[in-house]
Design a protein around this ligand. Structure first.
Ligand code: DC
Length: 195
């Protein structure tokens, strides 16, 4: 069965938590596409060469979840050649046999417009910054500024900007706990599954 769940949205909206739970529930493969951009961002050197030569070791680095890696990812993600280098891998992953969940910014709009389920997960910048701060600690005001800076860059870039696909279902997690958000996502997928 070919079945793609596209989960897009801004930083720290809950995409990762929801994606992992949906993948586990239905036995689908999961790809965190932000990790690809983070790996390119932290590798240094020429980002286009880094994107073309990405290795499993690059994706296994333990510093990919830091604030710095998120900002570096958002900076290299504006480069069309970087996005192009990562496109085929993501497309093939989306249409692999057995079902796939991909989370990112442009999955429902660019990578897999034919996805059977498209979810746009969002939450207020303050709520998202608080969640990220619980993860990374440090100065809360700086975390909020970082979230806003990334939102701004991700939404306003020319190539594949962050925006909901016309046929995406919006899920605002500002007032939802993870269990509720996961339950809503699972219900949406269940409703679209064949048979
Ligand atoms: O989801 P994340 O926080 O790991 O993403 C890090 C950055 O990577 C994000 O700010 C923008 C970029 N990104 C992207 O441009 N397209 C994607 N599909 C995923 C991430």
């Amino acid at each position: 069965m070919i079945f793609t769940v596209a989960i897009d949205g801004p930083a720290a909206a809950g995409k990762g938590t929801i994606s992992r739970a949906v993948a586990a529930r239905f036995g689908f493969a999961h790809l965190d596409t932000g990790a690809l951009y983070r790996a390119v961002g932290v590798k240094g050197g020429d980002p286009v060469a880094a994107a073309n030569g990405l290795t499993p070791e690059d994706l296994a680095r333990d510093d990919l979840r830091t604030l710095e890696a998120g900002l570096a990812a958002s900076r290299v993600a504006v480069i069309p050649e970087v996005r192009a280098a990562l496109l085929d891998f993501q497309r093939r992953f989306a249409r692999r046999e057995g079902g796939a969940v991909l989370d990112g910014r442009d999955i429902g709009t660019v990578i897999c417009p034919e996805a059977e389920v498209k979810l746009f997960v969002t939450a207020s910048a303050e709520v998202r910054a608080h969640r990220r701060w619980l993860e990374v600690g440090g100065d809360a005001a700086r975390v909020l500024a970082e979230v806003r800076e990334r939102d701004d860059r991700d939404m306003n870039r020319a190539d594949a900007p962050l925006k909901p696909a016309a046929d995406a279902v919006l899920l605002d997690t500002s007032g939802l706990g993870p269990e509720e958000a996961i339950a809503q996502a699972i219900a949406l997928v269940q409703a679209q599954l064949p048979g």
